[in-house]
Every structure is written in structure tokens, then in C-alpha cells.
Write a new protein. Sequence first.
Length: 308
Amino acid sequence: MVQLDAIQKHILAEVADLHEVPAGAYNFRANGQLAGRNSTAHIEISSKADGTGIDIRIAPGTKNESVHIPVVVSASGLKETVYNDFYVGDGSDVLIVAGCGIDNCGRQDAEHDGVHRFYVGKNAKVRYVEKHYGSGSGGGKRILNPQTEVYMEDGSSMEMEMVQIKGVDSTQRMTIAELKKDARLVVRERLMTHGDQQAVSGYRVSLNGEGSSADVVSRSVARDASFQKFDACIVGNAPCSGHTECDSIIMDRGKILAVPSLEANNVDAQLVHEAAIGKIAGDQIVKLMTLGLSEQQAEEQIINGFLK
């Protein structure tokens, strides 16, 4: 594995909770170049022939194994688009950890756009964690535009944890999912913006098979003059159940726009959307201040608990 500098190691810890080389399969990318790779007996990682990304093939029946594919960017002016395809074999049960961190101390924008496509086999289970993080004192922006596509076979399930809590100036994320019979998708998104940052998060989930289900929940905080848009659409094409929820705190001059969309194309499609956007209740702050916290400390305590 290529030696990473202190900044890159810090980013790696933030986006993948890694302080050392993990056990199992991994692919590390730093400033547009491969920094380390390991395949296992059941998980093979290989570069695409055209150099645009990697293929991850997980053998049928693989259980209790993990794949880490973090990206770190510390070069101002770097812009890249990477395509990663995951082929998850029937009956497997795996953890996949992705994420990207950008430390930009220069004047030019730095941007990483990742396209992740998941082909989840019959009765397979996937837990997917994707964290985004930005840092650096430069005037250049930190831009992340992830796109996720999920294609789920009969009886499969996928739990997605999508996190962005600091330092990303602009992000446009889109998640598309298609579910077959008895497939189950759960998404938990956590997002915080500050300054003049902008974040657009879109979902389009098609429930095509009988008994398929989706639960998409976004919890977010917009501070200062930042802007967020949550655009979620669930399409019920069969007897199915779908739920979306936008639960947000707005502070200062922040703005949040929630755009729900439900399309029921089957009489037995049960689809629900919930939304709650508002400021922190004053009595919550007062109660914490009676314990000796300042108003600012009380706000931070509430926000930290809300985004867990």
C-alpha cells in the first residue's frame, strides 16, 4: 500500500473510520491514483479495462466479510469521475464501506464524482455506509456529486447509511433503486450544511415486485445561509409498501425544500410521505442550560443527538 501523508490519513479516518489497513477486501484511492488494493478468496476487486473505475465481485454465499473503498483528495484543482460496479452474489451477507473526503487548501475547486452501481443477488443482504467530508483553508470549493444505482433481485435487502456532516461546499446526490419481489431497501441519510453550502439529495425508488418495500428517511440541519433540497419519489408498481420522511432543523438564514412524490400504479401499493421542518424548540435549549451548558453548547448537544 502507498504511504499516505498525515492529512490523507485523517481524511481516511473521517470517511471510513480507518486508522490502519482493514482486514478483508479494500481499494484505496488517493488524488486520482490507486493507493492500495487487496482481494480475498470470496471478494475480487479489479480495475475496469478503460481505467474509469473498479469492479467488485462478491461470490455467492459470502458472509461476514467487508469491502472498503474510500477515496481521499488533497490536491487542489483535481476533478474526477469514477465508476464502481458491485456484483453481490446470491445469499451473501456483506458490509461495504465507501466515502470520500476532500481537503482543499488551494484556490482551485476540487471535485470527486462517484457512480456506484449495485447488482444485489437473490436473498443477498448488504449494509452500505457512505460518508462524505470536507476540510481545508483554501478558497477553492470541495465538491462531491455521488450517484448510486441499486438493482435488487427477489428476497434481497440493502441498508444504506448516507452521511455528510461537515465541510462539503456543494453536493448533488442521486439514488435510483429498482426492487423485485420481496426485496427490501432501507435508507438513513444524515446531512448538515453551513455557511453558503448547497446540498441536493434525490431518490427515485421503483417497487416493481410483489411484497417489495422501501423506507427512506433523511435527517438534516441547515445552518447559516446554506440551502438543502430533499427530492424523494417512490413508485409503486405492484402490491408493495413505501415510506419517505424528511425530518429537518433549520437555523439562522438556512433554507430547506422538501419535494415528496408518490406514484401508485397498483391498487395495493401503500405509499406514505412525512415531513417536519422547523427550528429547535426554545424549551429544549432552556432545559439543557439549567444543567450548566451555554446556549451554543445546548444547541450543539441537540444537533448531535438529532443527527445520530
